[in-house]
Ligand binder design. Sequence first.
Ligand code: ASP
Length: 322
Amino acid sequence: MTKFNHSFAKKDFISVNQFSYKDELDKIFTVADKMKKSILKKQIRNDLKKFCITQLFYQPSTRTFTSFLAASCHLGALTIPIHGMQAYSSAVKGESLPDTIRTVEQTTACDLIILRHPDDNSSQVAADYARVPVINAGSGTREHPTQAVLDLYTIKQYFKKLKNLNIVMLGDLKYGRTVKSLAKLLALYQPSVKISFVSPKQLVMPREEIEYLQSKKIKINETNELNQVLSQADVLYVTRIQKEWFEKEGKMNLYNSLRGAYNINLKTLSQAKKKMIVMHPLPRVGEIAYEVDNDSRAAYFNQMRNGLYIRMALLRLILRKG
Ligand code: ASP
């Protein structure tokens, strides 16, 4: 896996581990700010006019799919968005991912591939076989790197500096990929960020992730009780229990016993600071009550809009001089 080393040009974006310096993220944020301005001013951009971008999604997606699609369209690229690969591509007939990737590169004549796939190493496999850059739009249970970048951008938008922040991550930390990618990215900001992981005991953050974060000297706290940490939280990052992985592992009884284990509502937030934010990568399936949506601390709608700006920035930086 190639480190960015301050340059994104023509590189794959497979994992948050490719970042080594905070200013690499600042570079993306600066371009994202420009993208935001031109979207708000309804300016037409032609940055990627002669480029073709192909999206291959093997798992369901609303935000990542539509924001990548919109990002490439707003930049003037020819965009080929393909959903439902798991059901409609030759994967059903047993075609391997390397062959599908090489096929799509030929048939769409694309300059970049955006891939969402249930296997942890799928984006790396795709990158090994593709001649064009590959962006990981969510793989398996461990990585969702573009989500982590937009999450960090959102936190920065609210707090200006990523300093002295207490981040609480709540929910399915075992199968959820966004929390793992974000926690690793936050490790770049140690020692000024502290993370509390809160989950039912069956869904704790896997040991290897904890050990990785500890090796980066990030301050970590683990608990099953949100009320032990909520009053100190600057960011409450909520996730859903990831039903699909329970289904795959034949553990639906466990899923049914855990679902509804936590529900953030206005009463819950009465214990939280007035100046904190609630984030969620979404979709939500009952973890945050609709009544929270109008509270000034609800950041998840801004968070999803930031996905558009960050993905525009990433596409531009990778395909043009970045
Ligand atoms: N949309 C995010 C993901 O693809 C979060 C989720 O599905 O819960 O990982």
